[in-house]
Design a protein around this ligand. Structure first.
Ligand SMILES: Nc1ncnc2c1ncn2[C@@H]1O[C@H](COP(=O)(O)OP(=O)(O)OP(=O)(O)O)[C@@H](O)[C@H]1O
Length: 274
């Protein structure tokens, strides 16, 4: 897939839940400074795949390799401690906490000694705001602001900046732009590019082809748990990717079909192009 050495790799991974086969013979890898886009319609298996990469599920068969060595993740915490950070659709942040608190949750900077140690709010706020600004989100200037007052895109950005600051090597983004408007999605895509520039390997799941094309270096299309196509940037057009995601049906044909049905329901005869 790439000339660089993969950080994280799946080889022939299957995943079943009892009698239900969800992932079928998945082989994929992602290297530093690259964005791998996992594309697929609802139910294609994207969540199961990223949960397998993040230590939530164990493969039923096949191998996971990290830096070329076969490995397994005992739990999400195990994967996290080894540099795999997952950011979910709403940023995984706590609305009633301040930006500074949120950024450092679980590893708060303290001041004072022994029993007199207290959370160093000013330091936490300063670092959190600095890090988010370094990722290009300059509208966040006050670390005391509650996360609940941020937009969806800003929350995502905060969660990504946090993962980068705490040394993630692989950033897994689960539908980060799905619930966002155009401007907010653009913010998040810019941050994905920034994370990539800093050498992180990014896995980005989406069903929005345009978002994938804006940041992706390579692409894998999942259909019913199997990789239906695997290609690099520039190899396919937007229309070709959309057709692949629709299971090989041409989107133009689907659209024409919908138009015809709508027109016949409204009592108008479909217009001929002839
Ligand atoms: N724990 C489970 N037990 C049984 N079936 C499951 C389990 N988890 C997922 N599945 C099934 O596996 C298939 C893929 O689900 P998954 O959530 O991975 O898809 P997805 O591509 O992420 O879709 P979406 O975007 O809708 O979340 C679905 O048919 C789902 O019902």
């Amino acid at each position: 897939m790439s000339s660089k050495k993969p950080i994280l790799e799946l080889r022939n991974v299957d995943k079943s839940f009892g009698p239900i086969d969800v992932l079928d013979n998945i082989s994929l890898n992602v290297s530093e400074g690259e964005v791998l886009c996992l594309l697929g319609d609802n139910g294609a298996g994207k969540s199961t795949l990223i949960k397998t990469l993040a230590g939530v599920h164990q493969p039923s068969s096949g191998e996971i390799l990290m830096d070329g060595q076969p490995t397994s993740f005992a739990s999400p915490r195990d994967a996290q401690e080894r540099g795999i950070a997952t950011v979910h659709q709403f940023g995984g942040t706590y609305p009633l906490m301040s930006i500074g608190r949120n950024f450092f949750m679980g590893s708060e900077p303290t001041k004072g000694f022994g029993p007199f140690k207290i959370f160093d709010r000013a330091k936490a706020n300063r670092i959190a705001v600095d890090e988010v600004q370094k990722m290009g989100i300059t509208r966040i200037t006050d670390g005391d602001r509650l996360v609940g007052g941020l937009s969806g895109g800003e929350r995502q950005s905060l969660a990504i900046a946090r993962a980068v600051f705490f040394g993630a090597r692989v950033l897994i983004l689960d539908e980060p732009t799905a619930a966002l408007g155009v401007k907010q999605a653009a913010h998040v895509l810019r941050i994905v590019n920034e994370a990539k520039k800093r050498g992180l390997a990014v896995i980005f799941t989406t069903h929005q082809v345009m978002h994938a094309m804006a940041v992706g270096d390579h692409f894998a299309v999942l259909i019913r748990g199997a990789i239906a196509a695997d290609f690099r940037k520039g190899d396919k057009s937007r229309e070709e990717i959309a057709d692949l995601m629709a299971g090989g049906e041409s989107m133009a044909d689907l659209e024409a079909n919908i138009e015809n049905r709508t027109e016949s329901h409204s009592g108008h005869a479909p217009q001929s192009n002839a």
